[in-house]
Design a protein around this ligand. Structure first.
Ligand code: CAA
Length: 263
């Protein structure tokens, strides 16, 4: 995919095997309107299908990852419109359909739906000064794209309840300390460089094992431990059917670099 096809996104392939999607609706601080999410899903699916891409980087601008769902779009919505059009449901494509790992690189505001979008990604990196929060309570509503569930799992009920009920924001530094972010960076340049490095590292492995690893880690969020461990073992067994498992283990024994076939 190329950027020309998109009104609200920029698309690039900045490193071998890495596809980058940059949210680009600067005038609205990347507010996540339905047309933007539709484009995002199209771009994600295109990278997921592309044989040259193994890892996806999702970012915004230095000022805003995304300032939430589009409040101006939502303001006049009625219950029946929201219900019958399954408003927000299409945001789930990122978690239900995309099999390649997605790294969120968050700088600036990641509020409401922006925070939720970042939480849906597989690895979250941010700057220390990033501004996270679920401020929906201030708008007379509640998080609607998984915030009450994913934030609570990430930071525990005590902190999540306080944040969601007060609408108070939390910093990137806190996101790092609380385990929401896998890593924090001192500024935008370091964030992007660090995110690209991680994406490139992941893209250097066999696509088969990378996708399987993402799948089994994410299962841990849905399954009881016993079922999750069994699920992992089944997928682990299945990887003995891949060419890359033979290549990887043979290369180790021969002290050579593995040349993956991604099969
Ligand atoms: N939706 C629509 N437009 C938005 C927006 C949003 N979520 N966030 C910002 N904008 C627009 C502003 O309206 C403004 O547009 P105009 O220039 O046309 O007035 C432009 O972006 C710049 O914003 P500000 O002038 O407000 O910039 P600021 O630097 O003073 O403040 C901010 C930044 C603190 C992020 C502030 O914009 C803000 O509070 N935004 C709303 C955050 C929010 O409440 N998000 C939750 C949305 S609800 C949700 O997401 C539901 C869900 O769970 C799915």
């Amino acid at each position: 995919p190329s950027s020309q096809e998109y009104q609200f996104l920029q698309i690039s392939e900045p490193r071998p095997g890495v596809g980058q999607i940059t949210l680009n609706r600067p005038k609205a601080l990347n507010a996540l309107s339905t047309p933007l999410i539709t484009e995002l899903n199209t771009a994600l699916k295109a990278f997921d299908k592309s044989s040259s891409i193994s890892a996806i980087l999702l970012t915004g601008s230095e000022r805003a990852f995304a300032a939430g769902a589009d409040i101006k779009e939502m303001a006049p919505l009625t219950f029946s419109e929201a219900y019958t059009t399954s408003f927000i449901e299409s945001w789930s494509t990122l978690t239900t359909t995309i099999k390649k790992p997605i790294i969120a690189a968050v700088s600036g505001h990641a509020l409401g739906g922006g925070c939720e979008l970042a939480l849906m990604c597989d690895i979250l990196y941010c700057t220390e000064t990033a501004n996270f929060g679920q401020p929906e309570i201030k708008l007379g509503t509640i998080p609607g794209a998984g915030g009450s569930q994913r934030l609570t799992r990430a930071i525990g009920k005590a902190r999540a309840m306080e944040l969601i009920l007060t609408g108070k924001n939390f910093s990137g530094k806190e996101a790092g300390e609380w385990g929401v972010a896998a890593r924090t960076f001192k500024d935008w340049d370091a964030l992007i460089e660090g995110s690209l490095k991680t994406a490139e590292t992941i893209a250097g492995y066999s696509k088969v094992s990378v996708m399987a690893a993402k799948e089994v880690v994410n299962k841990s969020q849905d399954l009881p431990l016993r079922d999750g461990v069994e699920y992992e073992r089944r997928v682990f067994h299945s990887l003995f059917g891949s060419e890359d498992q033979k290549i990887g283990m043979k290369a180790f024994a021969e002290k050579k670099k593995a040349e993956w076939t991604h099969k």
